[in-house]
Write a protein that binds this ligand. Sequence first.
Ligand SMILES: [Zn+2]
Length: 414
Amino acid sequence: MSNTELSTYSILESSGPFTDPEYTPEFGKDELSKAKILVVGAGGLGCEILKDLALSSFTDIECIDMDTIELSNLNRQFLFRESDVGKSKAKVAAKFVSRVVKDVKIVAHFNRIQDFDTDFYRRFTLIICGLDNIEARSWINKMVVDIALHHEELIPLIDGGTEGFQGSVKLMIPTITACFECYMKLVPKQTTYPLCTLASTPRLPEHCIEWAHQLEWPRVYSGKKFDPDDPEDVETMYMMSLKRARQFGIDGVTKSKTLGVVKNIIPAIASTNAVIAAACCNEAFKFVTSCNPNMVDSMYYNGEVGVVLASDEYHKVPGCPVCGNTVEEITVRDDITVKDFARYIKEKYELIEPDIFYQEKDLYNFKGNMKNGERRLRDEVAFEREGSNWRCQYELIAVDRGGKQVRLDITLEQ
Ligand SMILES: [Zn+2]
């Protein structure tokens, strides 16, 4: 038995006040040895998660990441060395951890998550996401919810996320607890500033940078797109912002702030990644072995001002387009065109590029230019009189890029 197993097994053998009376150490060990874990992302969080899982005696791990290693990753993605630059993150991380920790098998996939189908994901006991983009996390969330709905198999999803000195962990049991999409209702929209503030009453360094980015650059360099990866462009943008800030007596415009605002970058911090990854793996360990209860729903960590650490209950959102599976009743004006209707649905349900169907027929294709866009919705689908209104005879389904769906029951009114 390795040292790692010795320390893990001693945890499984000791029972505490919260341990389920039916729990036995044999059960815990058995489940731990059978568990097959998928880690999505092998970057800042993923490196930590892979290391923590291996050191917690998980032995059967797979990992997906489509990215290759860049020089700028090396300060925090500690499984990578300079000689690894340009290689697959998943492959290098898997190889490193397998070499250092005895008995762990990690299969690496240098792929996009969308390269795999439902049957691939159904093989796992649990999935942990260490990703930095919402789209990929939504996609995985949709996958586990669909597996729960169509195959009646529950694959818990643990989602870790970090932003600077702050981070969160969510433990989601598909269809039972709130899903990732339910939580997205909490996320504030990306900060935007009113143009009039930028143009006439800047108060913050961000206002000066956005002024330069949105107004001054296009005015001075009409036709030349700003390239955030070109050092000369960044320097020019910085000087524009600085000049503006000086005019209004505003401090705080720096080159890195300029780059941060125009690229919308929040710095990744190694210590935050370590805290969040550890919490993800701790929840995975408890879930798989049943040795102790899991946290309730989600955990927030804020290391920015002092330290705040809290776990919180969060309920499913009724009508959630992924796990809600309910039909949304909506009323629109009876002269609405198909195109305006599609736009309305896109905004109301925060979709990206929804296509709309009924009875498996296309009503509207967001990208393509269907001829019916300018026609009235009432003339394109069957409606029936209901008092002074019209009620749609079919359920319409809006399907977004990434598979998010909203089912719609439409009434038209004058
Ligand atoms: Zn949901």
